[in-house]
Design a binder for this molecule. Structure first.
Ligand SMILES: [Zn+2]
Ligand SMILES: [Zn+2]
Length: 157
């Protein structure tokens, strides 16, 4: 039995349900995430887009410039503008912002990334691996999660 998690924006217009556990959970300390959140880091639940079920509202896609010249699509509530999830290069996987979950404490980061720009006063736990920049998905994700990723990245037929 998979665990489901609900979340939403601040005003209640957008409500969503994650129909299973995430693939993996990132705590990202990069400068883009710091700027986008106005905070020290962001916690993203990586999950297949078809496992993010909209219960109410329609998040609005906003193209946000990144330091490398690319853009990132951030989905925001059309009313209160809270960002609920984002997309990077592939639309098959959503990056759900864990602070928008009804129970943000129900997930912990599986990995800390871009620690080269981590703020000095943030102390990382020893319970999760940390990387200066990024990591090798194949060596860190459990096999069952890699299978799930492969299933959405190369659908049959
Ligand atoms: Zn809202
Ligand atoms: Zn980041």
């Amino acid at each position: 039995m998979e665990i489901t998690r609900d979340g939403g924006c601040a005003c209640g217009e957008v409500r969503y349900r994650l129909t299973s556990d995430p693939l993996f959970t990132h705590c990202c300390h990069c400068l883009n995430c710091q700027r986008q959140t106005g905070s020290a880091f962001v916690i993203n639940l990586l999950i297949e887009s078809d496992r993010v079920e909209l219960l109410a509202g329609e998040p609005q896609a906003v193209e946000v410039p990144r330091d490398d010249g690319s853009t990132q699509t951030i989905y925001r509530c059309p009313v209160c503008q809270v960002a609920v999830y984002s997309e990077y290069s592939r639309p098959e996987v959503r990056f759900v912002r864990s602070g928008t979950l009804d129970e943000p404490g129900s997930v912990e980061p599986d990995v800390h990334i871009f620690t080269r720009s981590k703020l000095g006063w943030v102390t990382l736990p020893s319970s999760a691996p940390a990387f200066e920049v990024y990591y090798d998905t194949k060596s860190l994700w459990p096999p069952s999660r890699l299978e799930r990723l492969a299933a959405v990245m190369s659908p049959a037929g």
